[in-house]
Design a protein around this ligand. Structure first.
Ligand SMILES: [Zn+2]
Length: 260
């Protein structure tokens, strides 16, 4: 090891911690969580680091699993140790160099009363863009649409493994899951902001009030789902852009009278 490396190691706690983890034991579980917290786990793999990046994401998955299932302990999970056993100090150096989080780049943003989380593959810049855009649009909501924001809103950008459809409203967590990779461009039907309004419709039903016999509109309004009443969610969204949906004028009028 040359002097420069020694100095670098001394000055960067992420390297010290990473090197310690090379001899991973379950007692180091908290150190592992701390180390992973300091790394960027979303976006694209840095050039030439596809394997390491996938392995780091794998480690995070193992941690998520231990956190999710209270009966599972770090002792049950020897997968973590095996990843570290493939690595050496050089790997740690490379990972810390290329994947340390830049200061200020978090995966959580709070804008007004809305908390955004990024667990998808979009990078921080895109995450920030999407969050600002959604927060700006939701600020414009009025009347019954605005009521759906009650008590603060949580929006999480997720990957396929957490959400098979474009989006969903997780009632038990009171959280909107959005797949940014599945959105149509612009602000029309099935766009990012449209989908947010649709999911807010489900939230409205759960947090404010639900209704029976909501009229059908779009093809999607006739589908069955676990999220709630799709006919309601679709009308909740299209009634926000009523001029764009003249074909549903009658249903929108009926719906607005019912909900407000
Ligand atoms: Zn829905």
């Amino acid at each position: 090891m040359i002097l420069r490396d020694l100095l670098l190691e001394k000055s960067n706690p992420m390297i010290t911690l990473g090197n310690k983890l090379l001899k991973y034991e379950p007692s180091m579980y908290d150190d592992l969580k701390k180390w992973l917290d300091g790394l960027r786990l979303t976006g694209k793999a840095p050039r030439g680091m596809k394997d390491e990046f996938a392995n780091i994401q794998f480690l995070q998955k193992q941690v998520d699993m231990i956190e999710k299932f209270p009966k599972m302990t770090p002792d049950d999970n020897f997968n973590i140790g095996s990843v570290f056993s493939w690595w050496d100090k050089e790997t740690i150096q490379k990972i810390v160099d290329k994947l340390s989080k830049v200061e200020g780049e978090t995966d959580t943003l709070k804008i007004g009363t809305i908390t955004f989380t990024n667990k998808s593959t979009i990078n921080f810049k895109k995450f920030q863009q999407h969050s600002n855009y959604i927060a700006g649009e939701l600020k414009k909501l009025k009347g019954f649409h605005k009521k759906a924001l009650k008590g603060g809103l949580k929006i999480k950008f997720v990957k396929k493994d957490e959400c098979k459809s474009k989006a969903k409203y997780k009632g038990d967590k009171d959280e909107l899951y959005i797949r940014p990779d599945r959105m149509e461009k612009g602000d029309g039907y099935a766009s990012l902001i449209y989908v947010v309004l649709h999911e807010l419709g489900h939230r409205f039903e759960r947090k404010v009030k639900s209704y029976n016999n909501v009229p059908y509109t779009t093809k999607y309004s006739k589908t069955q789902s676990f999220d709630g009443d799709e006919a309601f969610a679709e009308l909740f969204a299209i009634s926000h852009w009523k001029k764009d949906y003249p074909e549903y004028k009658k249903q929108i009028a009926e719906f607005t009278k019912m909900v407000k």
